[in-house]
Design a binder for this molecule. Structure first.
Ligand SMILES: [Zn+2]
Length: 344
C-alpha cells in the first residue's frame, strides 16, 4: 500500500492527538530543545489517525541513537496500515535520540544514556531536559507503548522482548509480537518502559537484533508482530496472521563477564540452548595463549553476545536466558492459554 501523507512536514512543540490529520498520514518535527547556536533540535514523528476514535499505540525507535532497525520497522509498518479501517491512532517517534543518531552513537551528546534517566526533569542537564520533554510532549499521550531497541555496539541480539509478563496487557502485546525469545523482566527504574508503566501505559521493549544495520528478516517479523498487536487492540480488523514458531520463554536472565582482559571469542551461537558447564567462550592474551575459558553457569539459551573481541576485564561475554521449566507456574500463562482458546 502506498503511503499518502498530508503533504506538509509540520514543526510542532508537542503531540496534540485531536489536531492530527484524519485518514491520512501526518509527518511532524517535534521541537524538544535548542542547540548551542539557538537552533531547534527536532525529533521526527509520523502519525496515522483513523476515522473512528480509539486508543493510541505509540512506537519509539532509536532512543539509543545507533539502534536503527526500529526506524525501518516503523517505515514498513506505516506502509501496511490502511487508514480507512484504522480505529484510533498510531504515533511513531522515528528517531527519539536525535543528537545520538546524528553521531551514530547510543548515548546523548553529553554521554548520558537517555534510557537510564527517565523521566528526566525541566531545569536539569541538557539530557535531563531532553528526556523530560520526550516524555511530556509525546510519550505521555500514548495508551500503549512499544519501545524498539537493538543490542549495543560490539554486541548482537536475537529478536527478543523484555516485558512484565505478570501484567496481562503487556503479556498479550508480547505474545502478539511473537519474538524468538520472551524475557520476563519488570522494568528497571529510569528506563522509558518503567516510566510508561508508572504512568499506566502498558509498555514492552523489543530488541531487534544488532546495532548500526538493517536486518530485513527481523524487521519484517517485528512489523508482522506490530500488526498483530493492532488487531489485538481492535484498532484494525481482526485477521489471521502467520504464526511463527512458539517463542522461548525465559523467567530471568544474566550476563557473563570476563574476569581478565584479552581477546574474546564467544563460541556459543545465538538461540543456542546450553547446559550448565558447557564451554561458551575463550579469552586469549595478545600473543594467542589462552587466559581463561568460560562455561555456562546454568542451563539456558543465548539471548545476545559480544562480537567485538577486544575485551578488558569485566567485558560482557553473553546474555544467558534461564528458560521456564516445564510445568513451572509462569506468569502470563493464563493469558497464553486464553489466547490459544480464542484461536488467535
Ligand atoms: Zn537500546
Amino acid at each position: 500500500m502506498a503511503r499518502t501523507f498530508s503533504g506538509e512536514i509540520k514543526n510542532i512543540e508537542r503531540l496534540e492527538l485531536s489536531e492530527l490529520p484524519v485518514g491520512v498520514e501526518g509527518r511532524f518535527m517535534v521541537e524538544l530543545t535548542r542547540d548551542g547556536m539557538g537552533m531547534p533540535v527536532r525529533a521526527p514523528m509520523v502519525t496515522l489517525r483513523g476515522k473512528k476514535d480509539g486508543p493510541t499505540l505509540g512506537i519509539v525507535a532509536a532512543l539509543h541513537g545507533n539502534e536503527v532497525n526500529g526506524i525501518r520497522t516503523i517505515h514498513e509498518l506505516f506502509d501496511r496500515i490502511d487508514p480507512a479501517t484504522l480505529r484510533g491512532t498510531v504515533v511513531a517517534l522515528v528517531v527519539a535520540n536525535v543528537p545520538g543518531f546524528l553521531l551514530r552513537q547510543r548515548v546523548y551528546l553529553d554521554g548520558t544514556d537517555l534510557n537510564h534517566i527517565m523521566p528526566g526533569k525541566e531545569g536539569g542537564s541538557s539530557a535531563q531536559v531532553y528526556a523530560h520533554r520526550l516524555v511530556d510532549r509525546v510519550i505521555s499521550k500514548f495508551d500503549y507503548l512499544v519501545d524498539l531497541h537493538t543490542a549495543s555496539f560490539g554486541r548482537v541480539n536475537t529478536l527478543y522482548i523484555r516485558s512484565d509478563m505478570s501484567h496481562a496487557t503487556c503479556a498479550k502485546m508480547t505474545y502478539m509480537l511473537r519474538p524468538q525469545i520472551i524475557l520476563h523482566n519488570p522494568a528497571y527504574e529510569g528506563t522509558l518502559r518503567d516510566e510508561a508503566m508508572d504512568r499506566g501505559i502498558p509498555a514492552v521493549t523489543v530488541e531487534i537484533g544488532d546495532p548500526h544495520r538493517f536486518q530485513p528478516e527481523m524487521i519484517k517479523r517485528t512489523v508482522t508482530g506490530l500488526r498483530a498487536v493492532l488487531a489485538e487492540l481492535e484498532m484494525t480488523p481482526r485477521r489471521q496472521l502467520a504464526a511463527g514458531p512458539e517463542p522461548i520463554m525465559c523467567a530471568s536472565s544474566s550476563w557473563m563477564y570476563t574476569k581478565a582482559g584479552g581477546l574474546l571469542d564467544v563460541s556459543a551461537r545465538m538461540m543456542q540452548q546450553v547446559e550448565r558447564g558447557d564451554q561458551v567462550a575463550t579469552l586469549r592474551d595478545v600473543f594467542g595463549d589462552v587466559v581463561e575459558r568460560y562455561n555456562a553457569p546454568t542451563d539456558g539459551v543465548i539471548i545476545g553476545k559480544a562480537v567485538d573481541p577486544v575485551a578488558p576485564t569485566g567485558a560482557r561475554i553473553l546474555h544467558l536466558g534461564v528458560m521456564v521449566e516445564p510445568g513451572e507456574d509462569i506468569v502470563g500463562r493464563d493469558v497464553a492459554s486464553s489466547l490459544k482458546k480464542e484461536g488467535k
